[in-house]
Design a protein around this ligand. Structure first.
Ligand SMILES: CC(C)(COP(=O)(O)OP(=O)(O)OC[C@H]1O[C@@H](n2cnc3c(N)ncnc32)[C@H](O)[C@@H]1OP(=O)(O)O)[C@@H](O)C(=O)NCCC(=O)NCCS
Length: 339
């Protein structure tokens, strides 16, 4: 074994209980169930209650990952939280989670990669496993998008939802299992198409920033759409080719869930069949950093992922940021008793 690979050994998710249908949104903004379904594939999304923050969702996703297993929080070395909607600017949500789950030996930080945040965080965590310095890392992809949506802007508020997914990363037991490869990219010139201008050091919170609705998602949907369609399939093809795989070898494709038309277009370009693809945008909308771990957790819990499966993940988001990751599911991915 030339290098230690990092393997996902537990996976969980949490969706807030409040279902928000397209009809519900049509009562606050000029839209319709028909338009949203046809243009995005979204049927409903989940929103947090007034009492829930990002870290609450994250903790529940972590607890879900360890359901039916012994969880020893003191064994966790590191917590990386991918999010654009932390509980607060600081301290990091990772520190808040660390305290809540009593992972007293872990350090942690938040990572801002928008919709690619989970892939950025997973590959960052993998480096600590591969270097041999860390053995158990929690990687969380989590967002409370409802906290930064402008419910007077129909072009953005219908697209997003809240949710969290979490994985445990450990050294793989076999050299052909775990994260096989990844490609991560950024292009800052795309920043102007999807951003939240207020609340940072450029435009600190003030009456003016509130009046100008700067603390919300701003988006040029058409441009984001155009780049997402092209780059997500391109980076997926690239990672398969450079590892000598074809799309036939892929057991499951877990794409970021931004728009059903973006997913379908990637699937068509890659020539994947419907059984090879995880889709839940119809139920959860775009949960930003959470879509991929939620898709992974749901597929695993539905029995769609087995030992030896080749998983392909791909993302695209604000930044622009995008990427792909190839993973061979291994022994550690089985529930206790099945190993
Ligand atoms: C936002 C998005 C769904 C818009 O779909 P589209 O087909 O490009 O629609 P357009 O922006 O061309 O708008 C078409 C019309 O629908 C209207 N419209 C926009 N949102 C609407 C809504 N929620 N309900 C009803 N009508 C709406 C527009 O105002 C426009 O009307 P007009 O022609 O009278 O000006 C699509 O561009 C998209 O999904 N982009 C990517 C977004 C994304 O994935 N972001 C996250 C990336 S991680």
């Amino acid at each position: 074994m030339d290098k230690v690979r990092a393997q996902i050994s537990a996976v969980g998710m949490y969706m807030p209980e409040q279902h928000i249908s397209n009809h519900d949104l049509s009562e606050v903004v000029n839209t319709s169930d028909e338009w949203i379904r046809e243009r995005t594939g979204i049927g409903e999304r989940r929103f947090v209650s007034d009492k829930e923050a990002n870290s609450d969702l994250s903790v529940k996703a972590i607890q879900n990952a360890f359901e039916g297993r012994d969880f020893h929080p003191e064994e966790i070395d590191l917590i990386i939280v991918a999010t654009v909607t932390p509980d607060m600017m600081f301290p990091s949500t990772a520190c808040i989670i660390q305290e809540k789950i009593k992972a007293k030996n872990a350090w942690g930080f938040d990572l801002s990669g928008a919709c690619s945040g989970f892939l950025y965080a997973l590959t960052t965590a993998a480096q600590f496993i591969q270097s041999g310095t860390h053995k158990k890392i929690l990687v969380v992809g989590t967002d409370v998008m409802s906290s930064i949506l402008n419910f007077e802007d129909r072009t953005t508020c219908v697209l997003f939802g809240d949710g969290a997914g979490a994985v445990l990363l450990e050294p793989a037991q076999k050299d052909d299992e775990g994260i096989l490869d990844f490609i991560l990219r950024s292009d800052g010139s795309g920043g102007k198409f999807l951003y939240m201008p207020g609340g940072g050091s450029l435009h600190p919170a003030s009456h003016e920033t509130i009046d100008q609705k700067m603390h919300y998602v701003h988006q040029d949907g058409r441009n984001v759409f155009k780049f997402a369609v092209k780059l997500m399939s391109q980076v997926s093809r690239e990672i398969l080719e450079r590892n000598g795989y074809s799309t036939k070898d892929v057991s499951l494709f877990i794409p970021h869930q931004a728009n059903m038309r973006i997913i379908r277009s990637s699937v068509e370009r890659l020539k994947l069949s419907p059984e090879q693809v995880v889709i839940n945008i119809d139920r959860y909308a775009n949960t930003t950093a959470a879509t991929i771990p939620i898709g992974l957790a749901e597929a695993f819990q539905q029995g769609r992922i087995k030992k030896g499966d080749l998983l392909l993940m791909a993302s695209f988001g604000a930044g622009f940021t995008w990427g792909s990751l190839l993973l061979r599911w291994g022994d550690l991915g089985q529930p206790p008793g099945d190993q």
